[in-house]
Design a binder for this molecule. Structure first.
Ligand code: SAH
Ligand code: SF4
Ligand code: F3S
Length: 459
């Protein structure tokens, strides 16, 4: 039996894809890139913006036609959109299985069932905000610990979930309604998983949580924080770099985390800490529990404690009621924050969220678009300046593999393919080198820069 896997969404989803791929391989299925030879198509989905869901629906439209010619093809939709739409998605002509993020341990069984019985199958959580039942939590924990979470595309790297769910309830956000309540995983399970990964040659782990700095695990007397966990992960032999995303801009724990970053050379000096808006009025309406000046205060402290830190952020433009002045406040914040890079999104109302229920989506599409473009252009100038400071400097990268599109002049090529690597501060670096470097560290001298990418020569 062969399966194709198509993934949309965030790193949490990529991790689920890696886990399910390894469980299916264990169960005797073979991964293929080619739909023509596949018996099963899995689609891991995202609900964070309408556009993300539309991409999945158009893909399903395409599969519908394939299935008319090949009715035996089994299509499984998993992930956040599966949880959000449930049986509505199951009604789609192309879909055989709908499986939520909490039900992924059932996937091998669901697929075998669907191949044999030709019945549609639904596996999602009924009341998503209820505390996770113990049996379900245990099943997820067993699945997570047993399966290999290393990135199949990028050698040497793996994501490791430290928390599930989210309890922050930002008013625009669907995640709490599709990923359920916040649960921190036991530190010993996380560490033993990371030891196994290190034994397989993994050098970089990225710890994942929706608000990862909220990580908190109590056992008996001791309460473990993310700072404790980072220190423990840094002690795992073979692990050289530790990253963690995404941080919620709260006072809680952040100083301790920054201190571990300053003290341990293995904890990468990179902090992704989305602000979303620079206007206090909008931040309140978003239920983000800080003001713009408190946020900037956090960044100042971060730079005091870890001078070489690179900071990244996210913004939403066009949130309901965002005036010109509110947007101006966002532009000002972006200038002061001096992000190494940031992600900018146009507000997209998500059904069932507080913002969607209470606030009208009243910023016209063209205004959202203009604000998006303006903010991007401002950030590009800042990123460009920061990138330039790397000219003629040496950087260490973890090599990911051959670059998908050519970047450098072929004259520089010296018979070697173009490789892509990333620095500890998450800069993409393009250089020529032998493919066998993938998964290893390399030193590169930077000869050319662009806002988001550095170019250079292998030393
Ligand atoms: N838990 C992470 C990631 C959440 S989703 C965090 O809190 O940072 C990633 C980003 O998508 C968010 O930071 C936000 O900028 C954006 N986003 C979330 N919901 C959105 C919506 N309804 N419309 C537009 N952007 C959204
Ligand atoms: Fe969504 Fe806010 Fe939770 Fe991030 S912290 S996942 S934006 S609710
Ligand atoms: Fe991630 Fe999208 Fe779900 S951002 S948590 S895949 S809604």
């Amino acid at each position: 039996m062969k399966f194709v896997f198509k993934s949309f969404g965030c790193q949490m989803n990529k991790l689920d894809t890696a886990l399910v791929t390894s469980a299916l391989t264990e169960a005797g299925f073979d991964l293929t890139e080619n739909v023509k030879e596949a018996n099963v198509v899995l689609i891991n989905t995202c609900s964070v913006r309408r556009h993300a869901e539309q991409r999945v629906l158009s893909h399903l439209g395409h599969l519908k036609h394939i299935k008319r010619a090949r009715p035996d093809l089994v299509v499984a939709v998993i992930g956040c959109m599966a949880q959000r739409l449930g049986d509505k998605l199951l009604e789609h002509e192309a879909v055989n299985i709908v499986c939520g993020p909490a039900q992924i341990p059932q996937i091998p069984g669901l697929l075998t069932g669907a191949i044999e019985q030709k019945k549609k199958k639904l596996a999602i959580t009924g009341k998503i905000r209820r505390p996770t039942p113990n049996a379900q939590a245990d099943a997820l924990e067993r699945f997570e610990s047993a399966a290999d979470s290393s990135d199949k595309q990028i050698p040497g790297q793996a994501f490791v979930r430290v928390m599930r769910g989210c309890d922050k309830f930002c008013t625009y956000c669907i995640v709490p309604y599709v990923r359920g309540p916040e649960v921190s995983r036991p530190p010993e399970a996380i560490i033993s998983q990371i030891k196994n990964l290190a034994n397989e040659g993994i050098k970089q782990v990225t710890l994942l949580g929706q608000a990862v700095n909220s990580y908190e695990y109590k056992t008996g007397e001791k309460t473990y924080s993310l700072a404790d966990l980072l220190a423990m992960v840094s002690n795992v032999e073979g692990i050289e770099w530790v990253k963690f995303v995404t941080n919620y801009p709260a006072e809680k724990f952040l100083d301790d985390i920054l201190q571990v970053m300053a003290d341990s050379p293995k904890v990468c000096p990179y902090l992704h800490i989305p602000v979303q808006s620079g206007s206090d009025k909008i931040l309140r309406a978003m239920n983000r529990r800080y003001t713009a000046s408190e946020y900037l205060g956090l960044l100042d402290r971060a730079r005091d404690i870890v001078p070489d830190i690179a900071i990244a952020g996210d913004f939403i433009v066009g949130f309901p009621g965002e005036t010109k002045e509110d947007f101006q406040a966002t532009v000002e914040l972006l200038h002061k924050a001096k992000y190494r890079n940031c992600f900018i999104f146009k507000y997209s109302p998500r059904p069932g969220t507080t913002a969607d229920k209470r606030l009208e989506d009243n910023i016209p599409a063209d205004v959202k678009q203009r604000r998006n473009v303006e903010l991007l252009a401002e950030q590009e100038k800042i990123s460009d300046e920061l990138s330039r400071s790397f000219l003629d400097k040496e950087v260490t990268v973890l090599v990911e593999g051959p670059s998908k599109k050519p970047h450098l002049d072929s004259a520089d090529n010296a018979g070697n393919p173009q490789l892509i690597g990333r620095t500890a501060t998450d800069y993409i670096v393009v250089f020529n080198g032998p493919t066998l470097l993938a998964g290893d560290f390399a030193k590169v001298k930077i000869t050319k820069t662009s806002p988001l990418t550095l170019f250079g020569q292998l030393i």
